[in-house]
Design a protein around this ligand. Structure first.
Ligand SMILES: *Cc1c(COP(=O)(O)O)cnc(C)c1O
Length: 385
Protein backbone atom coordinates (compact mmCIF):
# COMPACT_ATOMS: atom_id res chain seq x y z
CA UNK A 1 0.00 0.00 0.00
CA UNK A 2 1.32 3.46 -0.84
CA UNK A 3 1.61 6.26 1.68
CA UNK A 4 -1.22 8.06 -0.17
CA UNK A 5 -3.45 5.04 0.29
CA UNK A 6 -2.63 4.89 4.00
CA UNK A 7 -3.47 8.57 4.34
CA UNK A 8 -6.78 7.96 2.60
CA UNK A 9 -7.56 5.10 4.97
CA UNK A 10 -6.72 7.31 7.92
CA UNK A 11 -9.02 10.03 6.57
CA UNK A 12 -11.97 7.68 6.17
CA UNK A 13 -11.44 5.24 9.03
CA UNK A 14 -9.23 6.49 11.85
CA UNK A 15 -10.31 8.89 14.57
CA UNK A 16 -8.13 11.88 13.97
CA UNK A 17 -6.44 12.10 17.37
CA UNK A 18 -2.83 12.13 16.12
CA UNK A 19 -1.02 14.60 13.88
CA UNK A 20 1.17 12.14 11.96
CA UNK A 21 4.18 12.89 9.83
CA UNK A 22 3.75 11.59 6.26
CA UNK A 23 6.15 8.68 6.51
CA UNK A 24 5.65 4.94 6.91
CA UNK A 25 8.36 2.95 8.63
CA UNK A 26 8.46 -0.72 7.75
CA UNK A 27 11.70 -2.03 9.27
CA UNK A 28 14.13 -1.24 12.06
CA UNK A 29 17.47 -2.43 13.35
CA UNK A 30 19.44 -0.81 16.15
CA UNK A 31 19.47 2.98 15.64
CA UNK A 32 18.19 2.70 12.03
CA UNK A 33 14.73 2.75 10.53
CA UNK A 34 13.68 2.21 6.91
CA UNK A 35 10.62 3.63 5.20
CA UNK A 36 8.50 1.84 2.60
CA UNK A 37 10.71 3.20 -0.21
CA UNK A 38 13.87 1.81 1.34
CA UNK A 39 15.20 5.13 2.66
CA UNK A 40 17.32 4.77 5.78
CA UNK A 41 16.81 7.01 8.85
CA UNK A 42 18.67 7.55 12.12
CA UNK A 43 16.15 7.18 14.92
CA UNK A 44 16.85 9.67 17.69
CA UNK A 45 13.34 9.42 19.14
CA UNK A 46 12.91 5.69 19.84
CA UNK A 47 9.12 5.76 19.64
CA UNK A 48 9.33 8.32 22.48
CA UNK A 49 11.85 6.46 24.63
CA UNK A 50 10.34 3.02 24.09
CA UNK A 51 12.91 1.19 21.97
CA UNK A 52 15.77 2.05 24.32
CA UNK A 53 17.70 -1.06 23.26
CA UNK A 54 17.45 -0.14 19.60
CA UNK A 55 14.98 -1.64 17.15
CA UNK A 56 14.51 -5.40 17.24
CA UNK A 57 17.23 -6.16 19.78
CA UNK A 58 18.07 -9.83 19.07
CA UNK A 59 17.79 -10.90 22.72
CA UNK A 60 14.36 -9.28 23.13
CA UNK A 61 13.17 -10.72 19.82
CA UNK A 62 14.37 -14.15 20.93
CA UNK A 63 12.64 -13.91 24.33
CA UNK A 64 9.37 -12.88 22.68
CA UNK A 65 9.57 -15.57 19.97
CA UNK A 66 10.25 -18.25 22.56
CA UNK A 67 7.35 -17.16 24.77
CA UNK A 68 4.69 -16.60 22.08
CA UNK A 69 5.41 -20.02 20.67
CA UNK A 70 4.77 -21.65 24.05
CA UNK A 71 1.98 -19.69 25.75
CA UNK A 72 0.75 -16.16 25.10
CA UNK A 73 -1.88 -15.39 27.70
CA UNK A 74 -3.68 -16.98 30.62
CA UNK A 75 -4.86 -14.14 32.98
CA UNK A 76 -3.96 -13.01 36.47
CA UNK A 77 -6.30 -15.66 37.83
CA UNK A 78 -3.23 -17.93 37.60
CA UNK A 79 0.49 -17.91 38.26
CA UNK A 80 3.04 -17.21 35.54
CA UNK A 81 6.80 -17.21 36.02
CA UNK A 82 7.77 -14.20 33.86
CA UNK A 83 5.52 -11.82 35.84
CA UNK A 84 6.67 -13.06 39.25
CA UNK A 85 10.32 -12.87 38.24
CA UNK A 86 9.90 -9.45 36.65
CA UNK A 87 8.25 -8.09 39.81
CA UNK A 88 11.14 -9.39 41.90
CA UNK A 89 13.73 -7.91 39.54
CA UNK A 90 12.00 -4.52 39.44
CA UNK A 91 11.61 -4.32 43.19
CA UNK A 92 15.19 -5.42 43.88
CA UNK A 93 16.49 -2.89 41.37
CA UNK A 94 14.68 -0.01 43.04
CA UNK A 95 12.40 0.57 46.03
CA UNK A 96 12.31 -2.88 47.59
CA UNK A 97 8.55 -3.15 47.95
CA UNK A 98 6.00 -4.72 45.60
CA UNK A 99 4.88 -4.29 42.00
CA UNK A 100 1.52 -3.88 40.25
CA UNK A 101 1.56 -4.49 36.50
CA UNK A 102 -0.52 -2.75 33.85
CA UNK A 103 -0.25 -1.96 30.15
CA UNK A 104 0.84 1.65 29.79
CA UNK A 105 2.20 4.71 31.50
CA UNK A 106 -1.18 6.28 32.12
CA UNK A 107 -2.37 3.06 33.71
CA UNK A 108 0.68 2.94 35.95
CA UNK A 109 -0.20 6.42 37.18
CA UNK A 110 -3.84 5.40 37.65
CA UNK A 111 -2.64 2.58 39.88
CA UNK A 112 -0.41 4.99 41.82
CA UNK A 113 -3.28 7.46 42.26
CA UNK A 114 -5.65 4.74 43.48
CA UNK A 115 -3.06 3.36 45.86
CA UNK A 116 -2.28 6.78 47.34
CA UNK A 117 -5.99 7.59 47.77
CA UNK A 118 -6.57 4.28 49.50
CA UNK A 119 -3.64 4.93 51.81
CA UNK A 120 -5.09 8.35 52.67
CA UNK A 121 -8.84 8.26 52.01
CA UNK A 122 -10.16 11.32 50.12
CA UNK A 123 -6.61 12.66 50.04
CA UNK A 124 -5.44 15.23 47.54
CA UNK A 125 -2.65 15.28 44.97
CA UNK A 126 0.01 17.85 44.36
CA UNK A 127 1.52 17.93 40.86
CA UNK A 128 3.94 20.27 39.11
CA UNK A 129 3.04 22.80 36.44
CA UNK A 130 4.34 21.59 33.08
CA UNK A 131 3.88 17.96 34.08
CA UNK A 132 2.63 15.19 31.84
CA UNK A 133 1.25 12.04 33.45
CA UNK A 134 -1.06 10.61 30.78
CA UNK A 135 -4.43 10.87 29.05
CA UNK A 136 -6.82 8.77 31.13
CA UNK A 137 -9.03 10.62 33.62
CA UNK A 138 -6.85 10.23 36.70
CA UNK A 139 -3.59 10.80 34.88
CA UNK A 140 -5.11 13.66 32.83
CA UNK A 141 -6.31 15.28 36.05
CA UNK A 142 -2.67 15.13 37.14
CA UNK A 143 -1.58 16.81 33.88
CA UNK A 144 -2.14 20.54 34.38
CA UNK A 145 -2.28 21.62 30.74
CA UNK A 146 -5.29 23.66 29.71
CA UNK A 147 -5.42 22.42 26.12
CA UNK A 148 -5.37 18.76 27.15
CA UNK A 149 -7.79 19.10 30.09
CA UNK A 150 -10.37 21.71 29.08
CA UNK A 151 -12.42 19.70 26.54
CA UNK A 152 -12.86 16.88 29.04
CA UNK A 153 -13.99 18.71 32.16
CA UNK A 154 -15.07 17.93 34.79
CA UNK A 155 -11.92 16.10 35.79
CA UNK A 156 -11.20 13.98 38.84
CA UNK A 157 -11.34 16.28 41.87
CA UNK A 158 -8.49 16.78 44.30
CA UNK A 159 -5.57 17.67 42.06
CA UNK A 160 -3.59 20.83 42.60
CA UNK A 161 -0.77 22.09 40.39
CA UNK A 162 2.01 24.29 41.72
CA UNK A 163 5.18 25.68 40.17
CA UNK A 164 8.08 23.31 40.62
CA UNK A 165 10.01 25.27 43.23
CA UNK A 166 11.03 23.99 46.67
CA UNK A 167 8.90 26.66 48.39
CA UNK A 168 5.74 26.03 46.37
CA UNK A 169 5.97 22.28 46.71
CA UNK A 170 6.56 22.46 50.45
CA UNK A 171 3.70 24.91 50.94
CA UNK A 172 1.24 22.78 48.95
CA UNK A 173 1.57 19.66 51.10
CA UNK A 174 -0.44 19.24 54.31
CA UNK A 175 -2.20 16.52 56.29
CA UNK A 176 -4.86 16.16 53.57
CA UNK A 177 -2.28 15.39 50.89
CA UNK A 178 -2.33 11.80 49.64
CA UNK A 179 0.68 12.21 47.39
CA UNK A 180 3.02 14.45 45.51
CA UNK A 181 3.27 13.03 41.99
CA UNK A 182 6.24 14.34 40.07
CA UNK A 183 8.56 13.61 37.11
CA UNK A 184 12.22 13.92 38.16
CA UNK A 185 12.77 15.29 34.64
CA UNK A 186 9.70 16.61 32.83
CA UNK A 187 9.70 14.94 29.43
CA UNK A 188 6.69 16.02 27.39
CA UNK A 189 6.90 19.43 29.08
CA UNK A 190 10.19 20.07 27.26
CA UNK A 191 12.95 18.20 29.13
CA UNK A 192 13.10 20.23 32.32
CA UNK A 193 15.25 18.77 35.07
CA UNK A 194 13.70 19.34 38.49
CA UNK A 195 16.34 20.64 40.87
CA UNK A 196 17.58 18.44 43.68
CA UNK A 197 16.26 21.10 46.10
CA UNK A 198 12.76 20.67 44.63
CA UNK A 199 12.82 16.92 45.07
CA UNK A 200 14.26 17.24 48.58
CA UNK A 201 11.61 19.79 49.55
CA UNK A 202 8.89 17.46 48.27
CA UNK A 203 10.47 14.56 50.17
CA UNK A 204 10.65 16.54 53.41
CA UNK A 205 7.08 17.85 53.09
CA UNK A 206 5.72 14.34 52.40
CA UNK A 207 7.61 12.97 55.41
CA UNK A 208 6.33 15.73 57.66
CA UNK A 209 2.69 15.22 56.68
CA UNK A 210 2.58 11.49 56.04
CA UNK A 211 1.98 11.88 52.31
CA UNK A 212 3.45 9.64 49.63
CA UNK A 213 6.13 10.90 47.29
CA UNK A 214 5.57 9.27 43.90
CA UNK A 215 7.98 9.66 41.00
CA UNK A 216 6.73 9.22 37.47
CA UNK A 217 9.74 7.52 35.86
CA UNK A 218 7.83 6.44 32.77
CA UNK A 219 10.15 8.39 30.49
CA UNK A 220 13.22 8.79 32.74
CA UNK A 221 13.40 5.12 33.75
CA UNK A 222 15.05 2.09 32.19
CA UNK A 223 18.48 3.66 31.86
CA UNK A 224 17.44 6.73 29.89
CA UNK A 225 19.24 9.23 32.13
CA UNK A 226 22.39 7.14 32.67
CA UNK A 227 21.27 5.26 35.79
CA UNK A 228 18.65 2.52 35.74
CA UNK A 229 16.20 4.90 37.48
CA UNK A 230 16.56 8.69 37.45
CA UNK A 231 15.94 9.01 41.19
CA UNK A 232 19.27 7.25 41.85
CA UNK A 233 21.09 10.38 40.66
CA UNK A 234 19.04 12.72 42.86
CA UNK A 235 19.69 11.59 46.42
CA UNK A 236 15.92 11.42 46.95
CA UNK A 237 14.06 8.12 47.15
CA UNK A 238 10.33 8.12 46.43
CA UNK A 239 7.76 5.95 48.25
CA UNK A 240 6.55 4.60 44.91
CA UNK A 241 7.28 5.09 41.24
CA UNK A 242 5.67 4.40 37.92
CA UNK A 243 7.45 2.97 34.87
CA UNK A 244 6.36 2.02 31.35
CA UNK A 245 7.62 3.12 27.90
CA UNK A 246 10.96 1.25 27.58
CA UNK A 247 10.13 -1.37 30.20
CA UNK A 248 8.86 -3.91 27.66
CA UNK A 249 11.75 -3.57 25.23
CA UNK A 250 9.24 -2.25 22.67
CA UNK A 251 6.09 -4.04 23.87
CA UNK A 252 3.38 -2.37 25.98
CA UNK A 253 3.75 -2.87 29.72
CA UNK A 254 3.61 -0.53 32.69
CA UNK A 255 4.28 -1.00 36.37
CA UNK A 256 3.76 0.66 39.72
CA UNK A 257 6.64 -0.14 42.07
CA UNK A 258 6.30 0.63 45.77
CA UNK A 259 8.66 0.84 48.68
CA UNK A 260 7.88 -1.27 51.74
CA UNK A 261 5.52 1.22 53.41
CA UNK A 262 2.98 1.13 50.57
CA UNK A 263 3.50 -2.47 49.47
CA UNK A 264 0.30 -3.88 50.99
CA UNK A 265 -2.17 -1.02 50.52
CA UNK A 266 -3.91 -2.60 47.51
CA UNK A 267 -5.66 -5.86 48.29
CA UNK A 268 -7.54 -8.45 46.18
CA UNK A 269 -10.40 -6.79 44.33
CA UNK A 270 -8.99 -3.26 44.60
CA UNK A 271 -7.45 -3.02 41.14
CA UNK A 272 -6.64 -5.13 38.13
CA UNK A 273 -6.38 -5.46 34.37
CA UNK A 274 -6.91 -8.38 32.00
CA UNK A 275 -3.64 -8.16 30.07
CA UNK A 276 -1.47 -6.85 32.91
CA UNK A 277 1.91 -8.52 33.28
CA UNK A 278 1.08 -11.00 30.54
CA UNK A 279 3.56 -13.72 29.64
CA UNK A 280 4.92 -12.22 26.44
CA UNK A 281 5.41 -8.65 27.63
CA UNK A 282 6.85 -9.84 30.93
CA UNK A 283 9.35 -12.08 29.13
CA UNK A 284 10.37 -9.15 26.93
CA UNK A 285 10.65 -6.84 29.94
CA UNK A 286 12.77 -9.30 31.91
CA UNK A 287 15.24 -9.40 29.06
CA UNK A 288 15.18 -5.62 28.58
CA UNK A 289 15.73 -5.02 32.28
CA UNK A 290 18.59 -7.49 32.43
CA UNK A 291 20.35 -5.84 29.47
CA UNK A 292 19.77 -2.31 30.76
CA UNK A 293 20.85 -2.86 34.36
CA UNK A 294 24.42 -3.81 33.34
CA UNK A 295 26.88 -1.31 34.82
CA UNK A 296 28.90 -1.11 31.58
CA UNK A 297 25.68 -0.45 29.63
CA UNK A 298 24.79 2.47 31.91
CA UNK A 299 28.37 3.81 31.77
CA UNK A 300 28.02 3.97 28.00
CA UNK A 301 24.72 5.86 28.29
CA UNK A 302 26.42 8.55 30.38
CA UNK A 303 29.39 8.71 28.03
CA UNK A 304 27.33 8.95 24.84
CA UNK A 305 24.94 11.37 26.55
CA UNK A 306 27.86 13.67 27.26
CA UNK A 307 29.04 13.43 23.66
CA UNK A 308 25.58 14.24 22.31
CA UNK A 309 24.97 17.12 24.74
CA UNK A 310 28.34 18.70 23.96
CA UNK A 311 27.79 18.28 20.23
CA UNK A 312 24.31 19.82 20.42
CA UNK A 313 25.61 22.82 22.36
CA UNK A 314 27.99 23.60 19.47
CA UNK A 315 25.26 23.63 16.79
CA UNK A 316 23.93 26.88 15.32
CA UNK A 317 20.61 28.17 16.75
CA UNK A 318 20.98 26.06 19.92
CA UNK A 319 20.53 28.36 22.92
CA UNK A 320 20.51 25.75 25.68
CA UNK A 321 20.80 21.98 26.10
CA UNK A 322 18.85 20.42 28.97
CA UNK A 323 18.50 16.93 30.35
CA UNK A 324 20.55 14.04 31.63
CA UNK A 325 22.10 10.99 30.01
CA UNK A 326 20.42 10.37 26.66
CA UNK A 327 17.28 12.37 27.49
CA UNK A 328 18.08 15.74 25.98
CA UNK A 329 16.18 18.84 24.92
CA UNK A 330 17.55 21.73 22.87
CA UNK A 331 16.16 25.20 23.19
CA UNK A 332 16.34 26.79 19.73
CA UNK A 333 16.02 30.38 18.52
CA UNK A 334 14.10 29.09 15.48
CA UNK A 335 10.83 27.09 15.34
CA UNK A 336 11.50 23.53 16.51
CA UNK A 337 8.67 21.90 14.47
CA UNK A 338 10.27 23.23 11.25
CA UNK A 339 13.68 21.91 12.26
CA UNK A 340 12.14 18.55 13.20
CA UNK A 341 10.52 18.32 9.74
CA UNK A 342 13.65 19.32 7.84
CA UNK A 343 15.66 16.82 9.90
CA UNK A 344 13.10 14.11 9.13
CA UNK A 345 12.46 14.72 5.42
CA UNK A 346 15.73 16.23 4.21
CA UNK A 347 18.27 14.65 6.54
CA UNK A 348 16.43 11.45 7.54
CA UNK A 349 16.95 12.03 11.22
CA UNK A 350 13.99 11.27 13.51
CA UNK A 351 13.51 13.65 16.47
CA UNK A 352 10.56 15.47 17.94
CA UNK A 353 9.48 18.94 18.99
CA UNK A 354 7.95 19.15 22.45
CA UNK A 355 7.15 22.83 22.13
CA UNK A 356 7.46 25.76 19.74
CA UNK A 357 11.24 26.05 20.31
CA UNK A 358 12.20 22.78 22.01
CA UNK A 359 13.66 19.87 20.08
CA UNK A 360 13.87 16.58 22.00
CA UNK A 361 16.38 13.81 21.36
CA UNK A 362 15.91 10.32 22.77
CA UNK A 363 18.27 8.01 20.86
CA UNK A 364 18.53 4.34 21.70
CA UNK A 365 20.79 3.73 24.69
CA UNK A 366 22.85 1.47 22.44
CA UNK A 367 23.73 4.41 20.17
CA UNK A 368 27.39 4.56 19.07
CA UNK A 369 29.71 7.55 18.99
CA UNK A 370 29.76 7.36 15.17
CA UNK A 371 25.94 7.45 15.05
CA UNK A 372 25.88 10.46 17.38
CA UNK A 373 28.37 12.29 15.16
CA UNK A 374 26.33 11.43 12.09
CA UNK A 375 23.12 12.65 13.75
CA UNK A 376 24.83 15.90 14.77
CA UNK A 377 25.91 16.48 11.18
CA UNK A 378 22.40 15.88 9.91
CA UNK A 379 20.91 18.13 12.56
CA UNK A 380 23.44 20.86 11.78
CA UNK A 381 22.35 20.71 8.15
CA UNK A 382 18.67 20.91 9.15
CA UNK A 383 19.41 23.90 11.39
CA UNK A 384 21.36 25.73 8.69
CA UNK A 385 18.69 25.47 5.99
C1 LIG B 1 4.54 8.84 28.14
C2 LIG B 1 4.35 9.27 29.53
C3 LIG B 1 3.19 8.96 30.26
C4 LIG B 1 2.02 8.25 29.63
O1 LIG B 1 2.34 6.97 29.17
P1 LIG B 1 1.35 6.23 28.12
O2 LIG B 1 1.98 4.88 27.97
O3 LIG B 1 1.36 7.04 26.87
O4 LIG B 1 0.02 6.17 28.76
C5 LIG B 1 3.11 9.34 31.57
N1 LIG B 1 4.12 10.00 32.16
C6 LIG B 1 5.25 10.32 31.51
C7 LIG B 1 6.34 11.03 32.23
C8 LIG B 1 5.40 9.98 30.18
O5 LIG B 1 6.51 10.33 29.52
Amino acid sequence: MSLQELQELERTSVIHSYARQPVEFVRGEGTRLWDEQGNEYLDFLCGISVTNLGHCHPRVVEAVREQVGRLMHVSNLFYTEPAMRLAQALSQSSLGGKVFFCNSGAEANEAAIKLARKARPAGEFVVALGAFHGRTYGSLSATPQEAKQAPFAPLVPGFRAVVATPEALAAAVDERTAAVLIEPIQGEGGVHVLSEECLQAARAACDEHGAALIFDEIQTGMGRTGSLWAYEQTGVQPDAMTVAKALGGGLPIGALITGERLADVLQPGDHGSTFAGGLTVAAAALTALELTAEESFLDAVREQGKRLAEGLARLPHVQEVRGRGLMLGCELDVPAPDVMQRALFEQRLVTNATGPTTLRLLPPLTVTAAEIDEALERLAAALED
